[in-house]
Design a protein around this ligand. Sequence first.
Ligand SMILES: Cc1cc2nc3c(=O)[nH]c(=O)nc-3n(C[C@H](O)[C@H](O)[C@H](O)COP(=O)(O)O)c2cc1C
Length: 215
Amino acid sequence: MNLDALMNKHLTRYFDPGRTIPEDTLQQLLRFLRSTPSSVNVQPNHFYVLATPEGKQRLADNLGERFQDNAEKILNASHTIILTTRADVPDSHIEAVFAKERADGRFPDPSKQQRWEAMTRDFLTLRGYGYKDLNHWMEKQTYMAVGLTMMAAAALGVEATPLEGFDPATVDKAFTIREAGHSTTVLLALGYPDPQKVYTNPISRFDADQLFTFI
Ligand SMILES: Cc1cc2nc3c(=O)[nH]c(=O)nc-3n(C[C@H](O)[C@H](O)[C@H](O)COP(=O)(O)O)c2cc1C
């Protein structure tokens, strides 16, 4: 990955509709997305991978009135991922996390697994009843997954553009996402840039002295 090139690069707004991500590259990216970490391993996500023209069209048709600008990006992208986040953490979910950790041998020592589970329950109680930010906290995990996946895509030579321009109510309804206990947090369009429509103007960011404080 060429970090210098990445630092001077605009996010892709115009995808080449004629190019599709090769299946092995896509699968590698999805394996990476599956591997992204979350706080206390809460794993609050489900990902809808839109790989067909019908899937992308359904999303484009349900972005909501004010977000029509993003329809073309989604339709021209090779794939778009809908990253959804749980609305809350029912006991059934956290039990499933613990069961998978036990099956994967995350803590081969059963007493360590037990201590971990107690600590996790305690932390979830704090988020839910102390800080009262359980869903917001889980969405932060989703943003980390999207950011890491953008970098992984760059390493694979794939363009990745996160999209917040959509109405979660209409997107959730179109894909029956709330019925699954989740809601849409962010979209990730993936593909290759349209060579006719690449910006050449510079990117604009605050200078380093406004951003960094060395102590
Ligand atoms: C989390 C996130 C969500 C974004 N959502 C959209 C979007 O819905 N539509 C869009 O055209 N651009 C979207 N962008 C692109 C930003 O507007 C863009 O990165 C920013 O204006 C800087 O422009 P540059 O990447 O060309 O330097 C999004 C970027 C981020 C990081």
